[in-house]
Design a binder for this molecule. Sequence first.
Ligand code: PXL
Length: 282
Amino acid sequence: MHHSVVPAAPKKILCIHDLSGMGRCSLSVILPVLTVMGLQPVALPTMLLSTHTGGLGDPARLDTRDYAGKALAHYHELGVEFDCIYSGYLGSEAQVALVEQAFALWPDAHKIVDPVMGDDGKPYSTVTPSLVEGIRGLCRKADLILPNYTEAHLLLGRPLDEIKDSLEEPEALELADALCALAPQAVVTGLPMGKYIGCAGSGRERFTLKKLHIDRAFPGTGDLYGAILTGSLMRGNALSAAADAAAEFAALAIQSTPRTADTRFGVWFEPLLPRLCPPPEQ
Ligand code: PXL
């Protein structure tokens, strides 16, 4: 006799990010990653752009402000329960309010905020002081925040000219600990640590990771990292294991991108996606 076992429904993750058609960042990276990890991403694009804003000229843009609030209301009316809400690039304070609205509608969801605001010691062109303040407020409502080194400084109100070329391990941990004044858990990425790029975590689990020698920078690797970390957490892993998996995959994607490739178009992660599939059930 066969016993049919009904599989558990894939966990649903509300992804509030922009959709940049080309350039391998935000939703165009997050959706395939979470899907191959066996999760159900629900895309709430905050903005449509032809490309990201990192060096490909002036992209065509469409703000989804009239759409996004209605989409949230629709999901709520359908009785959808989200296991996680994961936010990223937000183009305006209105989009910060949209994420706050989602947090209020689904208070039990695990709330992950990637405070996308800048890189390399510089804020992105769309980032104003009041947007930084709004995103800091959003971080205070999150369970976990994922700033890079530049964003950590912006969140903590530390001057950007204090950004160093290389950090020692205690300095990396101090930064992660300081971020826990905002949210119960924090992972700070992209820390220059000698010939390594480090990530430091604080909160319930304190850890540092030193990564392989990464000598090229690409747009979208923070989104790749955040998506894998989020997916791994939703699959039941501890934060340190999730952060490890994310760093390893991001490093591999960088190493797998030919040196001749135009970095503005992002890392060639697509052939590596099968590695993120969960092992088959026995
Ligand atoms: O990966 C971060 C990101 C996301 N979305 C847009 C961006 C960037 C970084 O430049 O421009 C539109």
